[in-house]
Design a protein around this ligand. Structure first.
Ligand code: 5GP
Length: 206
């Protein structure tokens, strides 16, 4: 655990189509302290995805080299592709006081919590399975087989809910963003996040 770290580690996990990426974009718009971690993946870019913005797209061979170099905080295989969180990016940014948002799958989320117990794990749920299926069809970034696969993965992922600190049902994006900001605001006031010097200063001034 990085005791001197100032920024928050915010882990957002959700079944595909629950609205995690939109929520992350909303957070980034609310304050310049938020920064989104750019993961490495062996998946091919989708239309409109940008290298270095959405992901670093690498070959499986290069990804394996990065694993050997210990470049990842965690990595996991999701839907047949490898995804990994950069250790350098995360540690440099929290040290600099940035609140780092990590959009990772449930296995990644629990691994991050093991390494950084101060990480805040938030699970985003869709209002219903029917709604999730509807959103995946509307998104049209996957074919029918991938949609089926993502729905069945979602049912497995829900099992990790007890390992998370918070859950939010994304029934309305504005309301969910507000709830997420409330969680983050409350987390900033946790005694164990406030430096001792600051607590002493406050006590002295009472
Ligand atoms: P997609 O291919 O739809 O962008 O992402 C598929 C899944 O991989 C999502 O659940 C996403 O959160 C997860 N993912 C993205 N980056 C990482 C990462 O660095 N580590 C892990 N464990 N999962 C990730």
């Amino acid at each position: 655990m990085l005791k001197e770290a100032k920024g928050l580690i915010l882990v957002l996990s959700a079944p595909a189509g629950a609205g995690k990426t939109t929520l992350c974009k909303r957070l980034l718009q609310t304050s310049p302290t938020f920064i989104s971690s750019v993961s490495f993946t062996t998946r091919s870019p989708r239309k409109q995805e940008i290298e270095g913005v959405d992901y670093y797209f690498v070959s499986r061979e290069d990804f394996e080299k990065l694993i050997k170099k210990n470049a990842f905080v965690e990595w996991a295989e999701v839907h047949g592709h490898l995804y990994g969180t950069s250790k350098k990016f995360l540690e440099e940014n929290i040290k600099a006081g940035k609140d780092v948002i990590l959009e990772v799958d449930v296995k990644g989320g629990t691994k991050i919590k093991e390494k950084y117990p101060q990480a805040i794990l938030i699970f985003i749920l869709p209002p219903s399975w029917q709604e999730l299926e509807k959103r995946l069809h509307k998104r049209a970034t996957e074919d029918e087989k991938s949609i089926k696969e993502r729905l069945s993965t979602a049912k497995q992922e829900i099992k990790y809910l007890p390992y998370y600190d918070y859950f939010l049902v994304n029934d309305d994006i504005n309301a969910t963003t507000k709830r997420l900001l409330l969680i983050i605001e409350a987390e900033r006031y946790k005694i164990n996040r406030v430096p001792e010097k600051e607590i002493n200063r406050v006590i002295k001034n009472i």
